[in-house]
Design a protein around this ligand. Structure first.
Ligand code: RIB
Ligand code: CA
Length: 310
């Protein structure tokens, strides 16, 4: 089992990433931390509890709140993609009776280095939101954070168009200074950018043939959260739903799903057209960047994680 911590801004694809993580036999989720991103922090934290109430993990993870704003700049939010509540309006009651999590007294920026110190060079950190918590953890306890074996980050657009500006991806654009601190930390990083996450998406055929027929709590959640309307065979106003964050979890489960190149990267902090862009630079390469993905095998892995529930 690979021991992991997940830092996320639960949104719909973060929720699907948590479902994949718990549906795999390979990962043991030790903690889940929330960060301001798709929706405000308190909503993210509520959504983490909703998804854990849905998944009902046998081993309750520690959960902790993190940053409620980026290190610099203002928050963008992505309500247009994830809905006002961040889960597309999916109706999931928080289970107040049984305990499917344990709330840590620590903030995320304290819990992350503390967990890394507890499992030196063994714990993987999967980051699927803006990198504010990770940067604060590095600023607070760099030696502690260096105990992470690897950090897998969903973020950036390296040799492809951005999704927030033509050059920048949402997680990086939301807190570019945090991204620069993390990418330049020297901690082993695997970046899962739009270059690969734009190749993995749900389609109406997948929904009709693979997901709807499962008719279980997880498949029903995905139908609700993505706003999939079988009559229109559309996702609200979209033809497809990208599986950005689930792919970051997929890379933790099975690194052979992707082909990577070791690149030297720099985050653009200059306000203006290129703000939040990650660009390649001619220097010592130190970031493993995913540039190709085995789409078919990843989608099979994702769908199989939904079958684990009665
Ligand atoms: O650009 C996609 C990323 O931004 C995903 O992590 C999504 O959840 C949002 O956080
Ligand atoms: Ca996210």
């Amino acid at each position: 089992m690979k021991r992991v911590v997940i830092d996320c801004d639960v949104g719909v694809d973060d929720a699907m990433a948590l479902i994949l993580a718990y549906g795999s036999q390979e990962l043991e989720i030790k903690a889940i931390t929330g960060v301001n991103g798709n929706v405000p922090l308190n909503q993210v934290f509520e959504n983490i509890q909703k998804i854990l109430s849905l998944i009902r993990p046998f081993y309750p993870p520690l959960i902790a709140k993190g940053a409620d704003k980026p290190l610099t700049g203002e928050t963008l939010y992505a309500h247009s993609v994830h809905g006002i509540d961040g889960l597309g309006g999916a109706d999931i009651p928080i289970n107040e009776t049984e305990r499917f999590w344990e709330t840590s007294p620590l903030k995320a920026s304290e819990l992350l280095p503390t967990m890394a110190r507890q499992f030196p060079k063994e714990l993987m950190l999967i980051a699927t939101g803006p990198l504010t918590n990770l940067a604060l953890g590095i600023q607070r306890d760099f030696e502690g954070m260096k105990n992470f074996k690897e950090i897998i980050i969903m973020g950036g657009a390296i040799r492809t168009r951005g999704n927030t500006t033509p050059y920048a991806e949402f997680n990086i654009y939301s807190d570019p200074l945090a991204a620069r601190i993390v990418l330049e930390s020297g901690i082993p990083i695997t970046l899962v950018p739009l270059d690969v996450t734009h190749q993995v998406f749900l389609t109406s055929d997948l929904m009709e043939q693979k997901i709807k027929p499962l008719q279980n709590l997880l498949s029903n959640f995905i139908i609700q959260a993505t706003g999939y309307e079988s009559l229109s065979r559309k996702f609200r106003n979209r033809e497809t739903i990208f599986l950005h964050d689930p792919l970051a979890v997929g890379v933790a489960i099975d690194p052979t799903l992707v082909r990577t190149e070791n690149l030297s990267l720099e985050v653009e902090l200059q306000r203006g057209e290129y703000y939040g862009r990650i660009k390649e630079r001619a220097a010592d390469a130190k970031i493993n960047v995913c540039l190709e993905v085995d789409r078919k095998r990843f989608l099979e892995l994702f769908i199989s994680s939904l079958r684990k529930r009665t």
